[in-house]
Design a protein around this ligand. Structure first.
Ligand code: NAI
Ligand code: 15L
Length: 269
């Protein structure tokens, strides 16, 4: 049966806030919320760190599936990434195993493959089985998460869809995002497909809208039943007028990971 109750980690974050609205509103999920920060307007949310294994185990008990968004979402010193993203994701999978939760959707990132050259005009799009080429410790933690998901499928029968999210924000704000933007509504469509598709084992997909300037293959996401409805191209005239076209000779524009390859934005905490 399709999952109804969902543990949403990272519920206080940007994506968590968008999904808290869309997943119950559009698809009828019942959410249990988890974040180290309080979730505004949600007194029942569990306020705990991913290092709190007791709280995580309690949070996972009785849910049908987990959407794992919690973690550091930019670059940070290795020790912080280790705790939140590497050990934190391990703790999450251990909680899933102990609570017998059989489906996880993991928020991976384009930065797991960020040093992959971005396709130029006429080049093929990047396939999902391109080798890991992390652009930061952050991206490295997403490579770890994908491999952890693979291990828990093979060893424990827990299925995961790892979604290498492009940029999921209300609107694209850079020319790079014309290629990798995922509208929040398409994000909810993709997460719903990832939660409900059958026999996914461990599947890796890219997460974006049906963008005209797409850099990667959306086929694996479509195979889950995902049908994107949005296209960042409607923002192209405005963004290109403001910022100009991408320049392949500029190292910041040369790889999927963009600025993460040259001057990564640092997690503020
Ligand atoms: P965000 O930084 O706004 O939210 C992350 C949330 O995780 C925060 O509310 C934070 O309090 C929580 N968190 C961090 N460390 C924690 C810990 N140790 N224990 C419990 N909670 C913790 O990030 P955003 O944009 O909402 O992203 C959500 C997820 O999706 C992240 O895993 C991020 O890496 C991934 N992602 C997001 C993309 C995007 O475009 N928004 C692109 C690619 C990946
Ligand atoms: C990510 O992985 C980040 O979490 C998000 O904040 C954006 O920077 C996004 O990648 C991106 O590449 O634009």
């Amino acid at each position: 049966p399709a999952p109804r109750t969902l543990l949403l980690t990272g519920a206080a974050g940007g994506l968590g806030t968008l999904m808290r609205e869309l997943l119950p509103g559009v698809y009828g999920y019942e959410l249990r919320l988890f974040d180290v920060n309080p979730v505004p307007g949600a007194p029942d949310a569990i306020t705990a760190d991913l290092s709190d294994t007791g709280a995580l185990r309690e949070a996972a008990r009785g849910v049908d599936a987990i959407l794992h968004l919690a973690g550091i979402s930019l670059e940070a010193p290795f020790e912080k990434i280790l705790r939140a993203n590497i050990e934190g994701t391990y703790n999450l999978y251990e909680a899933a195993r102990e609570a017998d939760v059989k489906r996880v959707v993991f928020a991976s990132s384009n930065h797991a493959v960020g040093f992959t050259p971005r396709p130029l005009d006429g080049d093929p799009v990047v396939p999902v089985d391109t080798p890991h080429r992390p652009d930061t410790f952050y991206g490295l933690s997403k490579c770890f998460g994908e491999d952890l998901a693979s291990l828990y499928w093979d060893r424990h029968g827990i299925e995961t869809v790892s979604v290498r999210i492009g940029s999921c924000f209300p609107e694209p704000t850079t020319v790079r995002m014309l290629s990798i933007w995922m509208s929040p509504a398409d994000g909810a469509r993709l997460f719903h497909a990832a939660l409900t598709a059958e026999n996914v084992g461990h599947t890796v997909v890219y997460g974006s809208s049906a963008n005209t300037r797409l850099w990667w293959d959306l086929g694996p996401a479509r195979a889950l039943g995902y049908r994107p409805q949005d296209n960042a191209e409607v923002y192209a005239d405005k963004l290109i007028a403001e910022q100009g076209e991408l320049d392949a000779a500029n190292p910041e524009h040369a790889h999927l990971g963009g600025q993460f390859c040259t001057n990564p934005p640092i997690w503020p905490h």
